[in-house]
Design a protein around this ligand. Structure first.
Ligand SMILES: [Zn+2]
Length: 400
């Protein structure tokens, strides 16, 4: 079973009752933490709107199982004999892939606008394909972006729907083994520059100002910095002790700009939202002080395998967006099939997502922030399921 963004596989979760043996990676290829990461999925674009936010676990074969709004068990039959057609299953994505995908499509926060946007995704990208390309968006040139990796060669067609098999072993022994990592584990971020980093650079740095550049007034050097991209900047600050000292101190805001300009190097809003408080305190976001060691972080994001994988996934998301925008310009509006037919459906989808967030926070023993309430809170499961059924009847979605 393949992720529509990164095209890597999902692995069977513990609740799988009759899993296919071939869907398990060989022993030793995935650590326990990585294994848990590859179980979890988010579905995008199913007619039943609950999949917009529901987190599923892969249970092998052709099935994903999940719990919606903390109360309703739901499942997805993924591939159909005719591929993943209009009445078929959603595009399934790993959790981190989905969060980056939503961000790249300007749809990462739970608002009513977001649901309209996600509705557009399926209209403009189409349902993912079936067969040997099961799960992948048509027309997206996955292998031509980022590091140009063609993962198709690691997939073998299955004999049944959902039966394609991923060769974890071959990938782990290939030059692309770095893809077997978590793309949502960020390098450590330091709020201060350590004394070890500055060393003796701070001993009278002005004494080494002698050439045409370093003798310029600091204001003038400051004006030059925005014209330096990352590669030029790194070479520039490496030229002398004076510039190295300022790179660790007064130029840190420029390193900060370079970090955010990468896009992929910092958590997207949905990732920050899901972080535990302790983790959130140490990770970069736009509120982090300019005096932190951004230069060190900038260096580290280019060194870890997880960040290399994240950069590659980011490139896939940009490519998907390219096809989405191109099709948006060319698709005849009269042919669009909206899954959410009116504001009532969008409003209900919004409430379901709020409920999902609240139940997830409560399950983790966390407070629910003010403003993240749901009108469904306190209502009985029967009542919510009834409302969901009514919406499914309106949207023409099949019952599950
Ligand atoms: Zn993925």
């Amino acid at each position: 079973m393949s992720c529509a963004v990164c095209r890597m596989a999902f692995v069977p979760g513990p609740q799988a009752t009759s899993p296919m043996r071939e869907h398990y990676p060989p022993n030793g290829v995935l650590s326990p933490s990585l294994y848990r990461y590859y179980i979890r999925a988010v579905g995008v674009g199913r007619p039943e709107v609950q999949s917009v936010k529901c987190k599923y676990d892969y249970v092998s074969g052709n099935m994903f199982a999940g719990l919606m709004a903390g109360m309703m068990a739901v499942c997805v039959t993924w591939e159909t004999p005719s591929g993943l057609g209009m009445t078929g299953a959603p595009a399934m994505m790993h959790l981190a892939c989905a969060k980056m995908f939503f961000h790249c499509l300007d749809a990462d926060t739970d608002t009513k606008e977001r649901f309209k946007r996600l509705d557009e995704v399926i209209n403009f990208l189409g349902r993912p394909q079936g067969g040997p390309n099961a799960g992948w968006f048509k027309d997206v040139e996955y292998a031509k972006v980022g590091e140009g990796i063609d993962l198709a060669k690691f997939w073998s067609p299955g004999h049944t729907e959902g039966g394609n098999v991923f060769n974890w072993q071959a990938l782990s022994k290939s030059p692309y083994a770095f893809l077997i990592n978590r793309p949502d584990v960020f390098p450590r971020f330091f709020l201060e520059v350590s004394a070890q980093r500055t060393g003796n650079l701070d001993r009278d740095p002005d004494s080494v100002r002698s050439d045409r550049i370093t003798t310029l007034p600091m204001d003038v050097i400051g004006y030059m910095l925005p014209f330096f991209d990352e590669a030029v900047y790194v070479k520039f600050i490496a030229t002398c002790r004076f510039l190295r000292f300022h790179a660790l101190t007064t130029f840190q805001p420029h390193a900060r700009k370079l970090v955010f300009a990468l896009g992929w190097a910092t958590p997207v809003p949905a990732e920050i939202d899901d972080m535990e408080d302790a983790q959130r305190g140490s990770i970069v976001d736009e509120d982090t002080p300019q005096t932190a060691d951004w230069l060190l972080y900038l260096s580290h994001v280019h060194k870890t395998k997880g960040m290399r994988m994240r950069r590659w996934i980011w490139a896939q998301c940009q490519e998907i967006r390219r096809v989405y925008e191109r099709n948006r310009e060319t698709v005849d509006p009269s042919t669009l099939k909206w899954l959410l037919k009116d504001d009532v459906d969008i409003g209900f989808a919004f409430e379901l997502c709020q409920m999902d967030y609240i139940s997830d926070r409560k399950a983790r023993g966390k407070d629910v922030p003010t403003g993240r309430r749901s009108k469904l809170e306190g209502q009985s499961t029967d009542k919510v399921v009834q409302a969901l059924s009514q919406m499914q009847a309106r949207t023409g979605a099949k019952q599950i």
